[in-house]
Design a protein around this ligand. Sequence first.
Ligand SMILES: CC1=C(CCC(=O)O)c2cc3nc(cc4[nH]c(cc5[nH]c(cc1n2)c(C)c5CCC(=O)O)c(CCC(=O)O)c4C)C(CCC(=O)O)=C3C
Length: 490
Amino acid sequence: MSAANGPTGHVVVVGGGISGLAAAHRLLAGGARVTVLEASARVGGKLYAGELAGVPVDLGAESMLARRPEAVDLARAVGLGDRLRPPATATAALWTRGGLRPMPKGHVMGVPGDLAPLAASGVISEEGLARIAEEPRLPRAELTEDVALGGFVAERLGREVVDRLVEPLLGGVYAGDVYRTSMRAAVPTLFDATRAHGSLTEGARALAARSAAAQAGPVFTGIDGGIGRLPLAVADAVRAAGGEIRTGEPVRLLRPAATPGGSRADGAARWTVVTERGEALEADAVVLAAPAPVAARLLAADSPAASAELATVAYASMALITMAFRRADAAGLPQGSGFLVPPVDGHTIKAATFSSRKWGWLGEADPELFVLRTSIGRFEDEADLSRDDDDLVGISLADLGRATGLAARPVATRVDRWQGGLPQYPVGHLDRVTRIRAEVAKLPGLRVCGAAYDGVGIPACVASARTAADELLESMAATLARGAGHRERE
Ligand SMILES: CC1=C(CCC(=O)O)c2cc3nc(cc4[nH]c(cc5[nH]c(cc1n2)c(C)c5CCC(=O)O)c(CCC(=O)O)c4C)C(CCC(=O)O)=C3C
């Protein structure tokens, strides 16, 4: 849709994270006038370009899937195409059973399709491996309905695979409990393949073979200077296209226009968006791209049913501890991008990312420094997050020392706390999202998007934003056409 013949309605986007910004970008391309209201002092949400010891570092997400097109397409559209950088290393480790062991290849989110690399990794005991090998002879996996991934995998393959592989990997994605996470929502391709093959390991094998055959380039990409540059570049593009972005502008309430049914005579939706400062903005449409608790609050009056469902979306909190070392001091660290830590092993950190190994641009920014980060905290296991920053740094250094032998002190550290950072997708999540969208659809000119719905990754957020924007552009265009029809008949 070109700007010339696009609709000319005004859309207020609530939330200036990557979802809200992507929605704004798309709405502007479709000819809408756009105002983005971001409650906090900066745009970007969970993508946060920061600095440590004078070098640019990501203080939030640091990588995004490149196998899906949406995020990479957006990066290209806002001029970051030549800054996309795949990770310099794609090998990682697991800190388990008393040491660092290579992350085996040939799995789908920890569910093995190939036993040989798993056996070679030493991650699973002999008995555990024998149990996995039996799986194709179990009764067919029917999967007629959504299940908890952890329980389902444990039933068919034993708990070792869940606790040592699936849990740490999914723990990265959701900071959640894999025994409660929805298989359909978290690993939809594995859910479908397992159903098709009647076996988890055969489903995983088929998926792994398919992605090996596709040879579609790196799984992930970063951005020179940090993934945190993506929302900044999208925000620049939004402003350049005439969009307005206001930070430090929380929204107090949404109100349908005073006309009966909240609609004008031409059937147009009308919303009044009232900010905390008391300003009332008139809008033809609203995109709610804020976290679920905020969407729940804003919809409480006009869609109690959607609001109640949104209020059930739980969030995990975590902290990222970023540290800069003198490069010589970090020389003894193992190769690879970092390691994951299964909770069963009883350590506090849940992952370590060797940022300077992973991202060449970090080394170029200051060749004398080595940056790494650890993460602490997962859903309902957040007691450690009440510790102060120095404690979190100390715990991280102690765990890093035990895992890798690193004994040096960092030259700079910082702790970033992501309170309510990652939405949880429990069993039945997709049905919940369907119900939320059905309720929201009863309100003309309103859409929701973001990490609480169709996936927590950056491409999924961008995709949900695009869909929201496209649907509103279409309904505004239809409204305008009806309005033109009215005038012609008058
Ligand atoms: C949101 C998200 C997605 C979903 C993306 C989307 O759906 O769009 C995802 C996917 C994946 N993550 C994967 C692997 C790893 N994740 C790690 C670490 C982490 N991930 C995190 C989040 C996510 N992770 C987080 C908050 C950490 C903690 C540390 C940190 O934030 O610094 C680490 C350890 C550190 C390192 O080695 O870097 C590894 C090895 C693989 C498997 C790759 C393969 O099979 O080859 C996949 C698909």
